[in-house]
Design a protein around this ligand. Structure first.
Ligand code: ATP
Ligand code: MG
Length: 420
């Protein structure tokens, strides 16, 4: 991608109204555009990040044998009445029709997935089974805030599993926990697993995945050294006490909830009368678990955890492009022409080699402006080509999170990038 061809250009100035780091950098970098409070468009650069996050999630969940589906956002009121949640879920958006009907805009999908899976599960041979979707959710949050961390429309991956025994449910629950840790690690996040209360579900057990960050809304008691963490609401330990696992001091910190997993028991399967025939020919109600990840919130959490004062520092696997190619024009017109034609071929070769490269090909922006843009966008590697670098024998290569740059011969660039 070339800067001059990109629809949505980064801004020089940070937005005034940004209430968080992710709102500031994601809007300024034109990764997203705010349409109204809590509702965002995902622009070309931001969508590439979101798609990469989603692909990581797909890879890890497909590896567990979960199957991807896509359920509707517009949902029948009757299903919400069946579970009693039409009146009890305060964030539920209720949509009136021009007929006398009303619909729900899905804040979650138990009301759809339970009868859906129930229509295909008949025998113990059909269990266990697990389906997931990556889909847009709607919640009438009292306050949308912190950029993409709390929206009224947001992305979620929701996975639902169905089991014949508690033992089997717990086996799968553990597998998902481990898959979640891999997902978050690949996204550059160090997530803590926190025991949680079950929210609007009858609690059997539930865990939250929290990223420690001042931008978070949840109060967490966490160990500064090891993985131990508890939600303050239910905590048996307090700040300044010794960690029960390693003895280090516990701290009161803020957390961003990026994932939440629940053992639902038969709460939904029983109300929707889902049943299967067991080996003895008797009718049973399957057990159910659900597993959420806020995909758009995850992108916000990545920014909150991976930035400096100049901009984002995207973790390798989720960066919109891997390489930020920057050309600095010279005062000498011929020298500038030479730089542009050299880099034009280099860019083509990079694309051909399968490298994901973003080229700031502007000829009307200063070196300072281009470097500021490059720091703001936060791609992992910057390759800078100027008259000076060519005189010094090649191009300047620098990692976004390093202070030092290095000059390497232009002929070595592609090999070097492929190694990285
Ligand atoms: P919160 O406590 O932050 O309101 P929740 O516990 O109500 O979230 P869940 O029902 O557990 O949310 O939804 C699963 C995941 O969806 C959450 O862990 C979070 O990552 C994400 N999520 C929930 N609400 C929002 C929102 N308003 N905007 C963005 N992501 C959200
Ligand atoms: Mg939750």
């Amino acid at each position: 991608m070339k800067y001059t061809q990109l629809l949505s250009k980064p801004s020089k100035a940070a937005p005034h109204e940004a209430d968080s780091i992710n709102a500031k950098f994601l809007v300024q970098g034109a990764f997203v555009r705010q349409e109204m409070a809590g509702v965002y468009s995902w622009l070309p650069l931001g969508l590439r990040v979101l798609n990469k996050v989603q692909e990581i999630i797909r890879e890890e969940l497909n590896a567990l044998g979960a199957q991807e589906i896509l359920m509707p956002a517009l949902q029948p009121k009757e299903n919400w009445e069946t579970t009693g949640r039409w009146d009890s879920v305060d964030v539920l958006f209720k949509v009136p029709s021009q007929t006398d009907r009303e619909y729900a805009l899905g804040p979650t999908h138990e009301e759809i997935v339970t009868p859906l899976v129930g229509s295909f599960v008949h025998s113990y041979k059909d269990l266990p089974t697990a389906v997931y979707q990556i889909q847009t959710k709607y919640r009438d949050e009292l306050r949308a805030k912190s950029g993409v961390l709390r929206g009224r429309e947001f992305g979620m991956k929701d996975l639902y599993s169905f089991h014949a025994s508690q033992e089997d449910l717990e086996r799968f629950y553990e597998l998902v926990k481990q898959a979640y840790l891999r997902i978050f690690k690949r996204c550059g996040l160090d997530a803590k697993i926190v025991e949680a209360s079950g929210g609007s579900f009858t609690k059997k057990f539930s865990h939250e995945f929290q990223v420690i960050s001042p931008a978070g809304e949840d109060n967490i008691i966490a160990c500064s050294k090891c993985t131990f963490a508890q939600n303050s609401e239910i905590a048996t330990y307090q700040a300044d006490q010794a960690c029960p696992l390693c003895g280090a001091q516990l701290q009161a910190v803020k957390g961003i909830e990026i994932g939440n997993i629940f053992d639902l028991g038969t709460k939904f399967t029983s109300v929707f009368k889902v049943g299967y025939t067991d080996e003895q020919g008797e009718r049973q109600t399957p057990l159910m678990a659900c597993f959420g990840i806020g995909t758009t919130r995850l992108v916000g959490a990545i920014v909150e955890s991976n930035h400096d004062d100049k901009g984002i520092i995207w973790p390798e696997e989720v960066a919109p492009y891997q390489i930020h190619l920057v050309t600095i024009q010279s005062k000498d017109v011929d020298a500038t022409e030479q730089i542009m034609s050299t880099v034009s071929s280099l860019y083509d070769e990079m694309v051909e080699a399968g490298l994901q490269v973003f080229w700031d090909d502007r000829t009307d922006a200063s070196a300072g402006e281009k470097l500021a843009t490059s720091d703001l966008l936060g791609l992992p590697v910057r390759i800078l080509v100027s008259q000076k670098s060519l005189e010094q024998g090649g191009v300047e290569i620098k990692q976004r999170n390093a202070d030092e740059a290095e000059i390497i011969p232009i002929l070595d660039v592609i090999e070097r990038l492929k190694e990285d």
